[in-house]
Design a protein around this ligand. Structure first.
Ligand code: SF4
Length: 382
C-alpha cells in the first residue's frame, strides 16, 4: 500500500483519521485496498462472521409535501389530485401483513413510517396514530418520522424540539430514522432543497433525541451536486455528534436517483453522472474508516442492487438493512430493486459472501424467531 501506507498504519493501530486522510482515501485509485482496510475495521468491531438483517416494512403515510425538494420524485404538492393520506385502517392492514410472520417477540419487527410535510397534520394526529399502533402491535418497533417531519410538527405546534419528541415518544415513537440528512452542508441544501431544514437543525433533532435516550440512525444521500469535501464534512459532523452523544445505531449511504426529479432534469445543476458501483463501494469504505465511532453500516440494496450490496459486505458493511416489504420513495425516482429482493435472496446473498445471516431488531439485538421466507415473499408482493 504505497500511497496510503501511513493511513493504513493508523487504521491498523486504531487511530482516528483526519479529514485530509479521508480526502486521500476518496482519491485513492485502488478500491481493493480501501476494501481491505474497511473490512479490517468491520472485523474488529464484528468479529463473528455474521451479517444481520431486520424484518421491516416501509409505510409512507402521506405523499403530500409543500417542501418540494428538487431531488425528490415522491412528493405531491398540497391540493394535487395525486396526493394521498393513508387511513389508519390501511396502515393497520399493512402492519398486519408484516406481523403475520414477524414473530411474537416485543419490538422484533420494524415499521419505518415516513411521509411528506403535510400541512393538515398536527401533533395530535401523530400522537393518536402512534399510540394506536403501539397498543395494538407490541411486536412492532416504531422507527418513524425524519428530522424534517419532526421539525415541522414542532413548528406547527409551537413547541420545542424536546417537547415535541418527548410527546411523540410518550405516544409510542421508539426511534428516529436518519432520513433527510442528504448532505449536511447548507451550500448543498440551498441547491437541492432550499426549503428544507438546515444542517444544524437536522443535527439538533438527533442531538435532542439522543439526549432523551432515543436511538437514531444517520444517512447520507450522495452523488448529486456535492463535492468530495462536502461528503467528508457530512461524515465529520456525524462523527462529532456521535462523539458527543453515542446515540446513532447505524450509518446508511445511498446515491441520488435522478429519474422524475427536478434536479435530475436540470443539466445546469446536475451532470447526469449517477453514482457507479465503484463510487458506492469507495464511499461506504471511506465512511467505515472515517466514522470510527459507528458500529453498524447498512447495505444499500434498494439503490445499488443486490449484487453491489453483497460485494459491499467486504467494504465495511455488516448489515443488510431491512427486508423492506414496501418502498415508495426511491421507486418514485425510477430505480428500486425491491422486486429483486426477498428474504431467501437476502440470505443467499449473505451466505454466498461467506457470512451467516442473522435476524436482528432495530436495536441490533438478535431476534430468536426466524422469519418465514415464503410468507415474507407473499406479503412483499401484496
Ligand atoms: S424529500 Fe421529503 S421534504 Fe423533500 S419534497 Fe420529498 S417528501 Fe418533501
Amino acid at each position: 500500500m504505497q500511497v496510503i501506507e501511513d493511513i493504513a498504519d493508523k487504521v491498523e493501530a486504531g487511530r482516528r483519521l483526519t479529514v485530509e486522510d479521508g480526502r486521500r482515501l476518496f482519491q485513492h485509485p485502488n478500491l481493493t485496498e480501501l476494501g481491505i482496510l474497511a473490512n479490517l475495521v468491520r472485523e474488529r468491531k464484528h468479529p463473528e462472521p455474521v451479517v444481520t438483517y431486520n424484518v421491516g416494512r416501509n409505510i409512507n403515510y402521506t405523499n403530500v409535501c409543500w417542501v418540494k425538494c428538487d431531488f425528490c420524485a415522491f412528493y405531491r404538492p398540497p391540493g394535487s389530485d395525486e396526493g394521498y393520506l393513508l387511513s389508519t385502517e390501511v396502515i393497520f392492514a399493512k402492519i398486519d401483513e408484516l406481523v403475520a410472520f414477524g414473530g411474537a417477540e416485543p419490538k422484533s419487527c420494524e415499521i419505518l413510517m415516513q411521509g411528506g410535510l403535510n400541512p393538515k397534520l398536527r401533533l395530535d394526529y401523530y400522537e393518536e396514530l402512534l399510540s394506536r399502533i403501539r397498543d395494538r402491535y407490541p411486536m412492532v418497533q416504531l422507527h418513524c418520522l425524519s428530522a424534517t417531519e419532526i421539525i415541522y410538527i414542532a413548528h406547527l405546534s409551537r413547541l420545542s424540539l424536546a417537547e415535541t419528541i418527548g410527546r411523540l415518544r410518550a405516544a409510542g415513537l421508539d426511534s428516529i430514522p436518519g432520513a433527510g440528512a442528504e448532505i449536511l452542508s447548507d451550500e448543498v441544501r440551498d441547491v437541492i432543497g432550499f426549503r428544507k431544514d438546515r444542517t444544524d437543525e437536522w443535527l439538533e433533532v438527533h442531538r435532542v433525541a439522543h439526549g432523551l435516550g432515543m436511538a437514531t440512525t444517520a444517512t447520507m444521500m450522495y452523488g448529486h451536486v456535492e463535492s468530495l469535501d462536502q461528503r467528508l464534512e457530512h461524515l465529520r459532523l456525524l462523527r462529532q455528534l456521535q462523539d458527543d452523544t453515542g446515540g446513532f445505531t447505524a450509518f446508511i449511504a445511498w446515491n441520488f436517483q435522478p429519474d422524475a426529479t427536478a434536479l435530475g432534469a436540470d443539466a445546469t445543476r446536475w451532470n447526469g453522472a449517477v453514482a457507479t458501483g465503484y463510487d458506492h463501494l469507495r464511499t461506504v469504505a471511506v465512511a467505515r474508516l472515517f466514522l470510527d465511532n459507528f458500529e453498524n453500516f447498512q447495505a444499500s440494496w434498494v439503490t445499488q442492487g443486490p449484487k453491489i450490496a453483497q460485494v459491499s459486505l467486504r467494504y465495511g458493511i455488516n448489515d443488510f438493512g431491512s427486508t423492506m416489504l414496501e418502498e415508495n420513495v426511491v421507486s418514485a425516482a425510477g430505480t428500486s430493486h425491491t422486486n429483486d429482493m426477498n428474504l431467501e435472496t437476502m440470505e443467499r446473498l449473505i451466505g454466498d459472501a461467506g457470512y451467516e445471516p442473522r435476524r436482528r431488531n432495530t436495536r441490533y439485538q438478535s431476534v430468536a424467531t426466524r422469519a418465514e421466507p415464503a410468507a415474507l415473499q407473499a406479503a412483499g408482493s401484496a
